[in-house]
Design a protein around this ligand. Structure first.
Ligand SMILES: *Cc1c(COP(=O)(O)O)cnc(C)c1O
Length: 381
């Protein structure tokens, strides 16, 4: 089945009890049993839910995995993956990681005896030095947030596999429409379905997709044992969002490309971060492993100050100033004070995340209106 067909049909059957074409929201905590242990595969809402199962089957198909396991949020999904590890194990992660992922490793799991190392992964040779016999998990994000660095998933996963290290790619920024890491050698994919998969900024949900059934089994055990499951209504919303994933992401990427091209060389902008530019250091890898270059564009203003950034951020009319990304509507954000506020300033600056860095999540509106909006806000400087 091709991708655009999978988004609509994979894992989804008309409801067996009524024929409902759309997967119903099974808003129930428990299921009737005919006799003790005699049930239809559903016993208790934390352990099994048909709406959640449909979403898990759909996601497994989109990412070409054996199975998917859904959680209450993207970070709960990451938390589930980290619970595969034991005290003493070490994690090597991309150095410009999503702020919440960095916080989960350093502020929670380091207290339980895990250790995180945050290293640049764009240069496979340098990166290899950070792998030790204690390294049990590689955590990859690509494109990274908000610097849009590109990691060569195949090269990094090959290196890890040779050492028996588990690899997990946070595929939130690309979505499976653009990139399927399991096909490039990764063991696990994590999503904040809050973003492109849901796509309408109306729900919070997370998922892990596993390439192999045995790791999926362990994750199902963790999901049930720890209990961070999403509600059936949220699963329904994400299932509905996924039906248009390919259409939304296609249009958003096209809009982003036009915006990046328009802003290039703007007198108020110092630098634009966009993997679609041929001089972007990860451009060739992105071309190889992604269908399109994504719908996030970051820009650094010529005069680096919080004040300047604030002027632009408060003068857009269509781009809404808000956290998050991946919805149909365009958003503008300030990583230094918003998504990345939990990362120390020195760490931020090391990766180029200045006070004047602005991140755009380009939506699916008419691109002419979006360009006019950005031009207007930059004119306020
Ligand atoms: C938002 C996000 C997360 C966290 O997901 P939540 O659903 O907010 O818990 C993780 N990784 C990336 C790349 C994200 O953008």
């Amino acid at each position: 089945m091709k991708f655009a067909t999978k988004t609509i049909h994979a894992g989804i059957e008309p409801d067996p009890s009524t024929g409902a074409v759309m997967t119903p929201i099974y808003q129930t905590s428990t299921y009737a049993q005919a006799a003790p242990g005699d049930h239809q595969g559903y016993e208790y809402g934390r352990t099994q839910n048909p709406t959640r199962h449909a979403l898990e089957a759909n996601l497994a198909a989109l990412e070409n995995g054996a199975d998917a396991i859904c959680f209450g949020s993207g970070l709960a999904a990451m938390d589930g993956v980290l619970k595969l590890l034991s005290a003493g194990d070490e994690i090597v992660a991309t150095n410009d990681l999503y702020g919440g992922s960095y916080r989960l490793i350093t502020k929670i799991y380091e207290r339980f005896g895990l250790k995180g190392h945050f290293v640049p992964m764009y240069d496979a040779a340098t990166f290899e030095k950070h792998l030790t016999p204690k390294t049990k998990l590689l955590w990859i994000e690509t494109p990274t947030n908000p610097m849009l660095n590109i990691v060569d998933i195949r090269a990094i996963c090959d290196m890890a596999k040779a050492r028996g290290i588990l690899t997990c790619v946070d595929n939130t920024f690309a979505s499976p429409y653009l990139q399927t890491p399991l096909d490039l050698g990764a063991d696990l994919v994590v999503h904040s379905a809050t973003k492109y998969l849901g796509g309408h900024s109306d729900t919070v949900l997370g998922a892990v997709v596993a390439k192999d059934a045995d790791i999926a089994q362990r994750l199902h055990f963790i999901q049930n044992a720890s209990g961070a499951v999403p509600g059936p209504m949220d699963c329904f919303l994400v299932l509905r969002g996924i039906k248009t994933l390919h259409l939304r992401v296609q249009r958003a990427c096209e809009n982003a490309e036009k915006i990046a091209a328009h802003l290039q060389g703007h007198p108020k902008i110092n630098k634009i971060y966009y993997p679609g530019f041929p001089d972007h250091p990860g451009h060739e890898i992105a071309k190889r492993q992604m269908r399109l270059f994504g719908a996030i564009v970051s820009l650094d203003l010529k005069q680096d100050s919080l004040e300047n950034a604030t002027k632009v951020l408060s003068n857009t009319k269509l781009f809404t100033l808000a956290e998050s990304l991946g919805g149909v509507e365009s958003l503008i954000g300030h990583p230094a004070t918003m998504t990345h506020a939990s990362i120390p300033r020195e760490e931020r600056l090391k990766v180029g995340l200045t006070d004047s860095l602005i991140r755009l999540s380009v939506g699916v509106e008419d691109v002419a209106d979006l360009i006019e909006d950005l031009d207007g806000a930059l004119a306020a400087l």
